[in-house]
Design a protein around this ligand. Structure first.
Ligand code: SAH
Length: 262
């Protein structure tokens, strides 16, 4: 059961209330080894939760050119690999927890502020239909979320049921809005919520053989009336507060399970 948790978050505004709540401290960029030729923007914070869990939290940092947070799949994937290969030191991670905001479907029970713990992740903007080949399924890239190595899996559903959060799928694409084609893929892949990082992080976790647990708070409604960006900006602050509450509850749940099994 988890002892060293890696928390990955795209935006600093999403992360700062949680960083304060967990009393994490910023660490200088770890002396890079193989990545030394890159200037990586990721920001690292460390600390602990209770006495039995150590926490490392990374945010995607800012784009050097545009000054905004590095949202989206490119930095999500790079940050995940960077954290797993370069930051952990000798204290190996037991679980990746990806916390962030998302768009939610009213038709799947979402309202502003709902928390979703997805059971699976997939991409909704990778259309690679080449008849007679598995490229379409490759594009969808469906990954199952889990919290541990096989044989020692805390069911994602038991966490969300005990905390009364939504389940279903997170689907990921590199746009805040969506096209009609994205919508078809979101429906086909059982999307309860859509974001811009989840499936990318889950894929890297799969490659690394580590569990992926998503915690997604709804800032805007995908099948609602208003443009995503309007609702997003209006609700980002409240959503960050909600993440600040949800993440410690989940850590507590994991910690209790570990103690029960010890
Ligand atoms: N307008 C924002 C842009 C943030 S992009 C700004 O000015 O900073 C949106 C971020 O929130 C991404 O990290 C994404 O994962 C998440 N997100 C929230 N609502 C979303 C939606 N409807 N679709 C996709 N991603 C969403």
């Amino acid at each position: 059961m988890p002892k060293h948790i890696l928390i990955l978050m795209a935006m600093s505004a999403e992360a700062s209330p949680l960083i304060s709540r967990l009393s994490l401290t910023a660490v200088a960029q770890a002396p890079a080894t193989s990545s030394s030729t890159f200037s990586l923007p990721y920001e690292t914070y460390t600390g602990s939760f209770t006495n039995s869990m150590s926490i490392t939290l990374l945010t995607s940092g800012k784009c050097a050119t545009h000054g905004v947070d590095n949202v989206g799949t490119l930095h999500a994937g790079l940050m995940t690999m960077y954290a797993l290969r370069e930051v952990q030191g000798s204290d190996k991670y037991d679980l990746v927890l990806n916390a962030g905001t998302c768009g939610g479907f009213i038709s799947k029970g979402c309202s502003i502020g709902s928390v979703c713990i997805p059971e699976h992740a997939a991409f909704h903007d990778r259309r690679i239909t080449i008849p007679g080949t598995p490229f379409e399924a490759y594009g969808d890239g469906k990954t199952h979320c889990h919290t541990g190595e096989s044989g020692n899996v805390t069911q994602i559903s038991s966490i969300r049921e005990s905390l009364n959060y939504l389940g279903g799928g997170v689907t990921t694409g590199d746009s805040l809005d969506h096209t009609a084609e994205d919508m078809l893929k979101m429906m086909a892949n059982g999307s309860t919520v859509k974001d811009m990082e989840g499936a990318a992080i889950a894929k890297v976790c799969e490659l690394a053989g580590i569990g992926y647990l998503g915690v997604k708070v709804v800032t805007d409604l995908v099948d609602g009336e208003r443009p995503a960006f309007e609702e997003f900006l209006e609700n980002l602050g409240t959503a960050a507060k909600s993440l600040e509450e949800a993440v410690p509850k989940i850590l507590e749940f994991l910690d209790k399970e570990e103690k029960a099994q010890a």
